[in-house]
Design a protein around this ligand. Sequence first.
Ligand code: NCD
Length: 398
Amino acid sequence: MSAGKRDLVSIDDLHDETLIGLMDLADRIRRNLRGHAADLPGTLLGSLFLEPSTRTRLSFEAAMMRLGGRVITSSDPGSSSSVKGETLSDTVRIVDSYVDMLVLRHPAAGAARAAARLARGPVINAGDGSREHPTQTLCDLYALRCERGRISGLTVVLYGDLRYGRTTHSLVKALVRFGASVVAIAQGGLQLPDPVVEDLARARGYAVQNVDVTGLEAVFLRPRVSALWIAPPAEQPASRQLRLDERRVDAIYVTRLQRERLPSGQSVEALPILDHRFLAAGPFRDTVVLHPLPRVREIAQEFDRDPRAAYFRQAALGVPIRMALLLWVAGAVDLGGTVPPEPEARSDPGLTCRNPGCITAMEPGSVPLEFTDLPGAGPRCAYCEERAETVGGEAAQS
Ligand code: NCD
């Protein structure tokens, strides 16, 4: 990120104070959504969506228009020059020269980092492959705060495809920063990816442990369910069992199976659907149900009328929180908190990134292969953050 440029590639690009400032600003905006048409007059947003989207694109566009700015959009990957073989780098260079800021959704992990490095104006990541979706996390945190009044000290269950679903990767990092306790119940072994878990284990004294969850017999029809417990310092796991029936689950965050990202031929065992029977179980009696949407049968339609069903309220918050974000990215507000520097990257001819979903693999040669050295983590790809390997195929050492 160049000095003074406010990119949002990862949720880690936002300081805690800035995150809180964005939610406070969204609260003020929400009280008078139509009263901000003079806030960013003449600012032009480029909305470049090379993967399907409804909520994210339309809420960004609504947000910019409600601030008095304008939008140009490319929302049909089939009608953009990427089908002619244009690289992300070339597309970004061009659109960046037309607009004041860019919102990018792209199928490759690390695409947003590559774009932010190339663009003169700020770049906002609207989802890069299965890596991150930081603006969805803004919406999710804001929904949690609106529904529960706080984030710190909450117990949140993540439920679904946690490997290929990018929203939980950004969300779990943020929940840990705000002191929540997280129980990750994954569909068919699609647990949070190793680099995400490694970072959590290093963060703020958290312990990450595989546990057997008990207290969910009524819904899973078996005595134990395995999960990853991401526990704050005050609650370090004393055994490999977590009795969920002795806790109150404040929120359950459900995600769909990302079929489009599953390796071909892989089938995945389904998790029980969330319905009234499921949510009658002890730990969930007072749980708010969140989902980034779209839902594909993970939550029964009949549940929509239940006051605990918060997913449509959550989606509606996407506009005010993105209005707050656009104001911050444009430099129109100062919310406190410094912009963390991008981790220093280096080239190394002996290393490579073997993530087939990374921008370096999907568009080889269009961005320089580079690596970062996070303390205690060994070299990682500077774009998708997967562990680097030696060109000979071995795990690279720190
Ligand atoms: C999510 C996404 O695109 O990652 N959708 C969204 O932006 N609200 C979730 C998903 O597609 O499952």
